[in-house]
Design a protein around this ligand. Structure first.
Ligand SMILES: Cc1ncc(C[n+]2csc(CCOP(=O)(O)OP(=O)(O)O)c2C)c(N)n1
Length: 311
């Protein structure tokens, strides 16, 4: 996940990617904890900071990176870009509208109820989204109808330059769950094991008919809000020390070594393999074609008609 996102950061610096790119470097423990837990039939809806969630849901890396690099081989033919990853086969989608993933995930949860199956819907959101009307409305309906909705809130303390502590009437997000007839849990989002336990428990409970659950995972983003953000609103000393002392990757590494689950040579070999895999992926994507400009307006209307180019 870290290597994939660093490839995206280089893609911005080298001008292969245009527009805003939001990376979740520093939040990998949450992304990793979501991996492998959901079934293919479960839906996941993410935000503008979505790469780790797509990887966790099993979206294949080549069409995903190709979409971010604006290539015709991308998930949406290179038309959507990084904020609009969409993979119906994996039931994964994103939205750039803050708070917008909640009503979409609610729709998936309601659809599961109408179908009568035991699929769950997961919405991943940032702390900024919990103060939107859509969040409250979706949570209320999910609670009233006991829908199988799991909301994972990545509380990285900031909504661009607005600190959570100044924007929220409650000290935590998890405590709001009670007002919606939901369960709420707050976990250290830098600790992979804790988030994974909380997420599995939330999904099991929602799948069994227990109604909505909010999992608030505390974390911190190491990059600016988007690539190019000068990030002047945060205390640089605090940011540096968190990066040095609370990097979830370094923490997971230390834990693996300490518990004897892995040794240095093994971790070095995995690092090498991942670097080679992502490096090769970037080379393949760079060799892929751009979308044909003739088709620029083809996806504007959902008419179902195969309109001629340019219409
Ligand atoms: C409805 C809406 N309002 C404002 C924006 C502009 N905007 C983009 S990201 C963002 C902050 C989001 O913060 P948070 O939900 O905490 O997620 P994070 O970026 O920290 O992951 C804002 C205000 C938007 N995209 N949509």
């Amino acid at each position: 996940m870290r290597e994939f996102e660093e490839a995206c950061a280089r893609g911005v610096a080298e001008r292969h990617i245009h527009g805003e790119v939001h990376l979740a470097i520093g939040q990998e423990a949450i992304g990793a904890a979501l991996a492998g837990v959901l079934r293919d039939s479960d839906a996941m809806v993410s935000t503008h900071r979505n790469h780790l969630h797509a990887i966790a849901k099993g979206v294949p890396l080549h069409p995903m990176l190709a979409e971010i690099f604006e290539r015709a081989t991308g998930l949406c033919g290179g038309f959507g870009g990084h904020m609009h990853l969409f993979d119906p086969a994996r039931r994964f989608s994103t939205t750039g509208i803050v708070g917008g993933s909640l009503p979409v995930a609610l729709g998936h949860a309601y659809a599961a109820r109408l179908r009568g199956d035991d699929a769950v819907a997961v919405a991943v959101v940032g702390d900024g989204s919990v103060n939107t009307g859509g969040f409250a409305e979706s949570m209320n309906m999910a609670g009233a109808m006991k829908l199988p909705l799991v909301v994972v809130v990545e509380n990285n303390e900031w909504a661009i330059s607005v600190p959570f502590s100044q924007a929220s009437a409650t000290a935590t997000i998890a405590e709001r769950a009670a007002a919606f007839g939901a369960r709420g849990v707050r976990v250290d989002g830098l600790d992979y094991e804790r988030v994974r336990e909380a997420f599995i428990d939330a999904v099991d409970s929602a799948r069994a008919g227990g109604g909505p659950v909010i999992v608030e995972a505390t974390c911190y983003r190491f990059r600016g809000h988007y690539e190019g953000d000068l990030d002047l609103y945060r205390d640089q000393g605090d940011k540096e020390s968190r990066r040095e002392q609370r990097d979830p990757l370094a923490m997971a590494r230390a834990e693996l070594l300490e518990s004897g689950a892995a040794d240095e040579p093994e971790l070095a070999r995995i690092d090498e393999e991942v670097r080679a895999e992502i490096g090769g992926l970037v080379q393949r994507v760079l060799a892929d074609p751009f979308p044909d400009p003739e088709t620029a307006r083809r996806h504007v209307f959902a008419s179902g008609l195969d309109l001629p180019a340019g219409v």
